[in-house]
Design a protein around this ligand. Sequence first.
Ligand SMILES: Cc1ncc(COP(=O)(O)O)c(C=O)c1O
Length: 381
Amino acid sequence: MSEKIEGFREPIYVTRPVFPTIEEVTEKLEDIWRAKWLTNNGPQHHKLEEELTEYLKVPYLNLFNNGTIALMVACQSLRLMGDVITTPFTFAATPHVLSWNNIRPIFCDIDPVTMNIDADKIESMITPQTTAILAVHVFGTPCDVEKIQSVADKYGLRVIYDAAHAFGVEIDGKGIGNFGDISMLSFHATKLYHTVEGGALVHKDKNLKERIDLLKNFGIKNEEEVVMPGINGKMNEIQAAVGRIMLGYVEGEREKRIALGKVYGEELGEVPGITLMPKAGGNVRLNHQYYVIRIEEEAFGCSRDEVYDRFKEYNVYARKYFHPLCSEYTCYRQLSSAAQGKLPVAEKVGREVLSMPMYGALAAEDVRRICRILKSFYGKK
Ligand SMILES: Cc1ncc(COP(=O)(O)O)c(C=O)c1O
């Protein structure tokens, strides 16, 4: 495992957005120009909402200008307060949304295999202040949705899923958005499916659909009535048009990533100290958006941080998702649930995890070379 390998001439980043053809975009822009409608629930918005509701197999869907505002509105729509139990192993937006809603995030440790919130540890963290569980389907691997729901039901808590990574994921043929009270999807440019920036809330409640539509449009009911303190969460027509085009790309992109994931698996499966992306348990359809490995320093002979730095010498830019943990941010580390030693699994995973380059335009040969570079670090301090 010690051969010297050529680096890449061009940088290889962790991801690259999927671009539709310029002709497809031009055609849709012409439709928008003809309709003379740029935002506020126009025809593209209307059609995308219908198309995504069907594609994602969910009863109701509200589009948003980004996933973070969508999650903010999800908390408002359920009138959440007090404390919400969440995971420290996620993107900054998850706990920040709670803070912006004047809610205290309570960090619960994660499962060592799925890297999602550990459903067995949630119950012991519930207090009279707890109003909800905000779980994240990290890297698109579904949380233990049944166990989370049974804990929530026992204590009368709401369940929100940050499903930013889980576009198109299904459990037993059911869209991931059918679980919990509300799920948020992100359509950021770096996601498997995107609208440049964008997002959605999905749920099963017609009344919630109406309430969320009001909340994302300043609470304006009609020209005479503003009925609640809303925000501007509207997706515009250009975003929606790109989203309609991108629906035609998502399956092809997923297939390409499945093939690249297989190459990573073949190349790295037997390497001591490397743990591969968790496999889906049960009848789960994954989206293969990410390929994340874990590097255990003792067994691999080189730490994740060293691998990350050395990769750069070869023009490979992997990412330490998610490091630092949210519980380590200066704005949260004073919380008692964030105290050092209270989240041992998350702390270990946060030290080991490395998100590898993964996008459809990446050649299988390039993935093999990235793996050979990684293996050349084996045992070298
Ligand atoms: C887990 C998670 N939650 C929330 C977000 C925020 O979504 P957006 O960028 O659409 O606001 C992201 C990232 O993009 C994310 O990865």
